[in-house]
Design a protein around this ligand. Structure first.
Ligand code: PLP
Length: 390
């Protein structure tokens, strides 16, 4: 038998922290325990019926059975540009050159560094954060420097602490607001400052906007980085229909912004994938054009869940960050546990509740855990009840 060796880029990946949790979860499930899984960020609510109808109709049209166009249907990209105008007031996006369709935003985020990162190029990445960007940059032998997100700085990176030399050397910075896992939002001043720095030092700004529609206060909506004047000189924003319209399984997203950055991503994609199913894009158009009232409804559901869980956590003496956006609660590991992993493992083993350990998103997440609000309120309440009795 040949001894096939993994490439070094796979072998040198950090140990997958969630694998241990999956192992414990499987053990607990074998004992017949009723497991409540609050680990994964996957909406439990179904995709609205009108979007499914649009897919069914489009799926019957042989026109969409062929290979999609690489950049995506122009009509989908036009709908994205229009949605950006209506939702964020971002005017004048050129759907032909400044918008590209993605097979979910993860695909775009993972592929983007292929277009711009050479071995040794420096990417700055906030941490704790969605783990895909540093892995993608690392695959290319890019250098990654982490910018820690701390509670005392409202989970924003301290841009002033980054040296001028680092800014000069940096090729790219990845930020994600509203943030997974901390649920923090970035204020306008933060984006203004970041855009200013990126323009000054010619740093590519990747902003991951997957959660802008999962917010709780209509008077304090998350913004797009493209609202900042001059952002288009340096920024590409990744967005998705996944969280906005409960379409995680459909795999549809978009990247929007600087023409060269969009073009580079497009060149990579031409060579590695063949685009998103056009019937799905057709349904995506309908979602973007008519989905706002449904998204509002979902926000109501998450708000109710959030408030119930926060109340119960408060009663249990567990400290947390009140989320302004996202369907995550970022909470502190109660005293008496050595680490996030120890707490999370005990909660699964003894109570059958799956949480995500904070350090799984990066070292500064140690001491924290994440709860996903992606189950109904009674189930969430039961989970907190069980945790209380640990
Ligand atoms: C911060 C963040 N960005 C991007 C994604 C990817 O979403 P999708 O590929 O479904 O668009 C996720 C998924 O959980 C996420 O949490």
């Amino acid at each position: 038998m040949p001894n096939f060796k993994f490439a070094k880029r796979i072998e040198t990946l950090p140990p997958y922290l969630f694998a241990e949790i999956d192992r414990v979860k499987a053990e607990v499930a074998e004992r017949g325990v009723d497991i409540i899984s609050l680990g994964i960020g996957d909406n439990d609510l179904p995709t609205p019926e009108f979007i499914i109808d649009a897919l069914c109709e489009a799926a019957r049209n042989p026109k969409y059975h062929r290979y999609p166009s690489y950049a995506g249907l122009l009509s989908f990209r036009e709908a994205v540009a229009q949605w950006y105008k209506e939702r964020f007031g971002v005017e004048g996006l050129n759907p032909k050159t400044e918008v590209i369709t993605l097979i979910g935003s993860k695909e775009g985020i993972a592929h983007f560094p292929l277009a711009f990162v050479d071995p040794g190029d420096l990417t700055l990445v906030c941490t704790p954060n969605y783990p895909v960007p540093p892995v993608a940059a690392g695959f290319l032998q890019g250098e990654v420097e982490f910018l820690p997100l701390y509670e005392e700085n409202n989970f924003l990176p301290d841009l002033d602490s980054v040296s001028e030399e680092t800014w000069r050397r940096a090729k790219m910075i990845y930020v994600n607001y509203p943030n997974n896992p901390t649920s923090a939002m970035a204020p306008r001043e933060f984006f203004e400052k970041l855009v200013g720095i990126c323009r000054e030092y010619e740093v590519i700004l990747m902003q991951d906007a997957a959660y802008t529609e999962v917010y709780y206060d209509p008077d304090n909506k998350p913004m797009s980085v493209l609202e900042i004047p001059g952002a288009k000189d340096v920024a590409i924003e990744f967005h998705s229909l996944s969280k906005t319209f409960n379409m995680t399984g459909w795999r549809l997203g978009m990247a929007v912004g600087n023409e060269t950055l969009v073009k580079g991503l497009g060149k990579v994609k031409e060579n590695v994938d063949s685009g998103a199913f056009e019937a799905v894009q057709q349904a995506g158009i309908v979602a973007l054009q008519q989905g706002a009232p449904y998204t509002e409804q979902f926000r109501g559901v998450y708000r109710e869940r959030r408030d119930a869980v926060l109340k119960a956590l408060g009663e249990a003496g567990i400290e947390f960050v009140k989320p302004e956006a996202t369907f995550y609660i970022w909470a502190k590991v109660p005293k008496g546990y050595g680490s996030s992993a120890e707490f999370v493992t005990r909660v699964i083993q003894e109570k059958g509740v799956v949480l995500t350990p904070g350090n799984g998103f990066g070292a500064p997440g140690e001491g924290w855990f994440r709860i996903s609000l992606t189950l109904d309120t009674p189930r969430l309440m039961e989970a907190v009840e069980r945790i209380k009795t640990l």
